[in-house]
Design a binder for this molecule. Sequence first.
Ligand code: PMP
Length: 365
Amino acid sequence: MPFNALNFSAGPGALPASVLAQTREAIVELPDTGLSVLGMSHRSDWFRALLDEADCNIRDLLGLPDRYEVVFLQGGSSLLFATIPMNFATPQHAAPEYVTSGYWSARATAEAARVGPQRVAWDGSADGYRSLPALQTLDVDSDAAYLHFVSNETVEGLQFAESACFPADVPLIVDMSSDFLSKPIVTDRFSIVYAHAQKNLGPAGVSIAVIDRSMLERIPCGLPAILDFRTHVTHRSNYNTPPVFAIYVLTLVTRWLRDDIGGLAAMERINKAKAQRIYSTLDDLGDLVHVHAKTPWRSQMNVAFTLGSPQLDRTFIEVARERGFVGLDGHRSLGGLRASLYNAVTPEAVDALCEALTEFCRKHA
Ligand code: PMP
């Protein structure tokens, strides 16, 4: 396998080989500019054109209706956990509602509680975050400022299905950090979608928020400018110095998704096949393996599992590392193993992992 090919890390994750090759070149000199991307001014025409292209590519990939704004932000998804309630949990509405379905949504819920009143609409901690709720059946106040949920729980490996139904009468805000641009989404249903780049879109350092413009009218006056979404919309993502390099790599990834993969429906087919391959391998291993998520909610992006004992998990990680696999450790809060199958993880890499797992389990059973 070529260098970088067996990266199953949960994030920052694998990037496409062609994007890495272009990035290597751009660090020395961007085509037709005579400058390294690392020394390119954020006020240059080149960067304005790049931001416009990134915006346009994301709109095209998602098929975004005109009423949405796309902004590129810093501070990761954790800053958005705070700025979303600061901007949108307004006193004219009832408290925002939070679905707590795993490690990251629990962090979002806790952060909202630091900003003001919030209500937990569902809490999956009692069964160790192994399942997800039917969102349309939750008892959500129709006057709530919004309902927040995480579409893919990166740590536990739980994901809402494309066919999931959502409550109709409350604005939906969704953290898609670990499955954004991995499949098509019906954007229409969401008031805000946000994600950081370091899973499927590029390196760490930039996040994206897709915002229904009507939500901007709710923002209270008096927020610090940098924390107010309107600032970033008005300045077209160039208010202070944006992460030029991260936005450059992200733009290359959007081109790769469009030109090499053929769009999000094609990406979804590839991702589904990868997930099917690994889950069927794990299921075939029977009692030797335990997948954390209950079957209907298994994630196509993060497969959290254990070989039954911390000792065996550790031995597998060591054996796999000798063969070039990286990033297979489970999250520190859950332990065990986790294989992340983001867009740039190839089917060949997944085949190699499945073979290594089967061989290891046969030997150690
Ligand atoms: N949400 C989800 C779903 C995540 O997976 C993560 C991090 N892995 C975060 C939020 C936090 O992101 P950040 O590190 O960019 O703050």
